[in-house]
Design a protein around this ligand. Structure first.
Ligand code: ATP
Length: 270
């Protein structure tokens, strides 16, 4: 991927099949991200305007970023990734310039998807600051709104944003023509955990005694990121035991699982 400070561009190589569970969500993203880019003519023929922005929210490590990348891959779109936190920490004016620059480059390499991670940092609610000064966040937000409103004529550009704190997002971004679609990305249930374990053990050599269904049952509250970590660590435990090991066995998975405590609590599941 090409890099300039704060921005990464690539057509990602993640596919829908690399994401376990979330069937309904994948379908929604196919319709709202992939179709408008691949079948733009069909939309205009029917006189419907596709969503310009999609907000993904939910706990960390549950594949918001991965979903955005898979959508870009499916649509064969350039993927511009921006971090809200990184933009916030830039010098005065630098974050706004980066935003404008990203939208400009996205227009040039359309179809494009612009992805904002930690969007709440940039798009935080405007609260009348007592000093009367316009804050960094407020300037970034107003730049973002201007750029999104300017997408009207631009075809094939979609903004995807991710946050763990949807309530912190300014309501102005939720107006029609901005983030028209708001999707919850939940932590994985049993079926999803089973699929995630299958995805991440696909490239591994695992023993016939490994029962992924049982591991999925025993990993309630684990996020996708934690399950991925579990698979990788099990491999390391196997190597630590025997550097010439040819398979990862159930006991390696069990050792790691017993040492992990999920970061989510049942209060995070609704
Ligand atoms: P954050 O809010 O921390 O940015 P996120 O929700 O964007 O997290 P990702 O960065 O997409 O999460 O996921 C982290 C890692 O966990 C990825 O490398 C991905 O491989 C793995 N992962 C998460 N969910 C899944 C899933 N459903 N299927 C397969 N892998 C997953």
């Amino acid at each position: 991927p090409s890099m300039t400070r704060g921005i990464t561009v690539e057509v990602p190589n993640v596919t829908w099949d690399d994401i376990g569970g979330l069937k309904g969500l994948k379908k929604k993203l196919q319709q709202s991200v992939e179709w408008p880019i691949k079948h733009a003519a069909s939309f205009s023929k029917l006189g419907i305007s596709p969503a310009r922005g999609v907000l993904l929210y939910g706990p960390p490590g549950c594949s918001k970023t991965t979903l955005a990348k898979a959508a870009a891959n499916a649509a064969q779109a350039s993927f511009f990734s921006l971090s809200g936190a990184e933009m916030y920490s830039m010098y005065v004016g630098e974050g706004e310039a980066l935003l404008r620059n990203t939208f400009r480059r996205a227009r040039l390499s359309a179809p494009s998807i612009i992805f904002f991670d930690e969007a709440d940092v940039v798009a935080a609610k405007r609260g009348g600051s007592s000093s009367g000064n316009v804050t960094v966040g407020e300037r970034l937000l107003s730049t973002l709104l201007t750029e999104m409103d300017g997408l009207e004529e631009a075809k094939g550009i979609l903004v995807l944003a991710a946050t763990n704190r949807p309530h912190a997002i300014d309501a102005a971004l939720m107006r029609p023509g901005r983030f028209d679609l708001v999707l919850y990305v939940p932590p994985p249930d049993f079926e999803a955990r089973y699929e995630i374990l299958q995805v991440h053990t696909r490239p591994m050599k695992i023993g016939s005694d490994v029962n992924l269904k049982k591991i999925a049952e025993d990993t309630e509250l684990f996020t996708g990121a934690e399950l991925e970590g579990l698979c990788r660590e099990a491999g390391i435990v196997a190597l630590r035991e025997d550097i010439t090991a040819s398979v990862v066995c159930d006991r390696h998975f069990q050792t790691v699982k017993d040492s992990l405590k999920p970061a989510l609590t049942s209060a995070d599941i609704d």
